[in-house]
Write a protein that binds this ligand. Structure first.
Ligand code: PRX
Length: 692
């Protein structure tokens, strides 16, 4: 394996080992068969047969599914065309090219026509007293109105629009309105800083920003508009003039009891630039709710979503229309075994891919009823999740290991006091789940009745690529189990040879052929796309994770093999944090590594070398943390800042991160140090380890 990934991988392997310690030999769990009598996939034989067909004859497998959607025109050429091999020319992936459809029409209009009063979303506000329902028909009216607003402002097919919004229904309305008229949406998680937002606005060359005055989470109120203003200013300074900003007035939502006195004070005013800013509600007043869809080519872009890149510059992952639609819809249906009438809840934010695929497009493509949650798991207390499950009788629930670890620190009574008998499937995503969290989820939350579905995937993959079939797959805690339909995972060795046999030890996780939901390019940078994902192993898509396969064919993901840290299920680049830190005038050098963190999975550990004569003190530590928050956002706040009079380097000046990872993890056995230019720096680092 690449040396830079060693420690994380070893840590994950250890985590998996302790499954044995916790569970003895009983490493496999079955689900209660009676819960899944009507499962979409009833046995492993059925799964195996379906998977085989999906990879050997993708055309007939996916055509059956595609036929359930509306096509203005069917594709006439090949169902799937691709080149995964850089030696043969440029990488490309195409599905159903030439077919004409519209994803908004498929996920919204069709349901609204058939069952107008069906609830699309139970919107649950930050304050438990604040909730609303939105039917498919109501949503369609709003989407049509906002599409007309966008058109009236001169926006047209192919333009890029950025959305920097809280978890309010207008976010769903705005994204579907974009999709309806062919605008490419670029959603930026509303926890990112002004700098991060500006970087994404510029990269996407966006013509419009949609935001809200405030967002509320727990007892905090965040002044989004000011962040948006600062981002627009930054864009202007760099010659990118974004002339319009549409603002949702979220602070005065009718009947809302959302705001604490502190929040009320904060939300009384909002900065306003008459030349640029427009209120959402003003624009919507009088807008027509009649708007034709733009018929899109199957391969027309649908959205851009940024993910961290090893170099520090985020990558604008681009997904296209029809393949993504098919894949989000199909993965949702099978991974959660979703059935008509059930209530589903994914706790992610729409600003991440999980929210795109499994709050909006996947569930709506299945005419599902979902919960959309504005708040946080700990507000007003640690029982909030389960109160919501009881309130809406949620049957399929999807969250992240980091949330589970946070909640299990509190008394189980917070869970047990709510009725969870409606639950059938409990999903997890974002990072390898550790045994304690898995068992707590299975036993305490799911009462040993539910199927735990560990879904492995990425912003790039569009939807789940490894994950079980509830009711059919025997569960092995910590393993994402088997490939989804269309995916052909392979474990590769260092030299680019496929590891053969069922049981193989750890290698690089790569995929042999595309599935409909795989990204098509990085926006405006196809050469970076090829370099980042296809050059290391020509002929394969390289996911950037390590994995191994056990004797029963189960896949076990062991973590990133590049310089990305998975912090609370979100990828962050070490380079990006380092460059924020060295911007501080007191710092001459920084090296950032991940380390095992009890709640976040991976914490951010920064070694910093102050300039000559600068005293390392608490004030400096706070300033450095603030610097990172300003540059990237609160999610990247360093957990530990460690003064490093010198960094361990080879004679050629390369920082030996392997050693830094060990020190950060509190390990004293740091291995071979003979290649170090000055081995005394390591001793110094051991003596001044900060208290954690
Ligand atoms: O390292 C893997 C980890 O998250 C990465 C993808 O991050 P992102 O694009 O932000 O998307 C997160 C939500 C899909 C992967 O490369 N990851 C995601 N799910 C799992 C996982 N690692 C282990 N097990 C998972 N279930």
């Amino acid at each position: 394996m690449a040396s830079n990934g060693h420690t994380e991988n070893t840590a994950s392997m250890k985590r998996n080992k302790s499954f044995t310690e916790l569970l003895g030999d009983n490493l496999t769990f079955d689900v209660k068969a009676e819960v899944f009598l009507d499962g979409h996939v009833k046995s492993m034989d059925q799964y195996n047969q379906m998977h085989k067909q999906s990879v050997e004859d993708p055309e007939s497998f996916w055509t059956k599914i595609a036929n359930q959607f509306y096509w203005k025109e069917k594709w006439s050429g090949k169902f799937m065309e691709y080149n995964f091999d850089v030696r043969k020319g440029d990488i490309f992936i195409k599905f159903m090219e030439g077919g004409k459809t519209n994803i908004c029409y498929n996920v919204l209009d069709r349901v609204a026509q058939e069952t107008p009063d069906k609830i699309a979303f139970y919107w649950e506000g930050n304050d438990p007293a604040n909730c609303k329902t939105y039917t498919y028909k109501q949503l369609l009216d709003e989407v049509c109105k906002f599409s007309n607003v966008l058109k009236s402002k001169g926006l047209k097919k192919g333009d890029r629009v950025a959305l920097y919004m809280p978890m309010i229904i207008e976010l769903v309305v705005a994204m579907l309105a974009c999709a309806r008229i062919g605008i490419i949406h670029s959603i930026v998680f509303a926890g990112f800083s002004a700098d991060s937002l500006a970087e994404r606005l510029k990269d996407g060359d966006c013509s419009l920003l949609i935001t809200a005055d405030y967002s509320v989470r727990g007892d905090k109120s965040i002044d989004l508009k000011t962040v948006a203003d600062n981002a627009l200013k930054e864009c202007g300074e760099d010659g990118v003039d974004i002339k319009m900003c549409i603002v949702v007035k979220n602070s005065s939502a009718e009947g809302d009891g959302t705001h604490s006195p502190k929040q009320k004070k904060a939300k009384t005013s909002v900065s306003w630039n008459e030349d640029v800013d427009l209120w959402w509600h003003d624009l919507m007043t009088g807008a027509s709710n009649d708007c034709q869809c733009e018929w899109m080519d199957a391969e027309d872009p649908l959205f851009i979503l940024y993910t961290s890149g090893s170099t520090g510059k985020p990558k604008g992952v681009l997904h296209t229309t029809a393949g993504y639609m098919l894949y989000a819809a199909t993965t949702f249906k099978y991974s959660f075994d979703y059935h008509e009438g059930e209530v589903y809840w994914c706790t992610a934010d729409i600003g991440w891919i999980t929210g795109h695929s499994y709050i909006v497009y996947g569930p709506m493509a299945n005419a599902a009823t979902s919960v959309m949650f504005e708040g946080t798991p700990l507000y007003p207390d640690a029982g909030r999740m389960w109160a919501v499950v009881e309130k809406y009788k949620v049957s399929k629930f999807y969250t992240a290991p980091t949330a589970i670890r946070m909640l299990m620190k509190f008394s189980d009574d917070f869970v047990k006091k709510y009725d969870r008998s409606s639950l059938k499937v409990l999903g997890t995503v974002g990072e390898p789940i550790n045994p304690e969290a898995w068992l707590w989820y299975y036993k305490i939350v799911g009462e040993e009745r539910c199927s735990i579905v560990d879904t492995f995937w990425q912003t790039e993959t569009g939807g789940h690529v490894i994950g079980g079939m509830p009711g059919a797959t025997m569960m092995k805690p910590g393993s994402a189990s088997f490939p989804f339909f269309g995916a052909v995972p392979v474990i590769m060795d260092e030299d680019g040879k496929e590891k053969e046999g069922v049981e193989v030890d750890q290698g690089y996780l790569v995929f042999k052929q595309p599935w409909p939901g795989l990204m098509r390019t990085l926006y405006g940078n196809h050469s970076r796309y090829q370099a980042a994902y296809f050059e290391r192993f020509p002929g394969y898509y390289c996911a950037g994770d390590g994995a191994y396969r056990d004797k029963d064919g189960y896949y076990w993901i062991t973590g990133r093999i590049d310089d990305l840290m998975n912090v609370s299920g979100h990828l962050l680049s070490t380079a990006q944090v380092e460059s924020a830190i060295v911007e501080h005038s007191s710092i001459s050098e920084a090296a950032v590594v991940g380390y095992p963190h009890p709640v976040k999975g991976t914490g951010i550990y920064c070694f910093v070398t102050p300039k000559n004569g600068i005293r390392f003190c608490d004030a400096l530590v706070s300033e450095l943390k603030q610097k990172v928050r300003t540059r990237i956002g609160p999610i990247a706040t360093p957990d530990v800042i460690h003064e490093a009079p010198g960094l361990p380097k080879t004679r050629s000046g390369k920082i030996m991160r392997r050693i830094l990872r060990k020190i950060a993890a509190g390990q004293t056995d740091i291995g071979d140090t003979t290649t170090l230019a000055d081995s005394t720096v390591v001793d110094k680092l051991f003596t001044n380890r900060p208290q954690q």
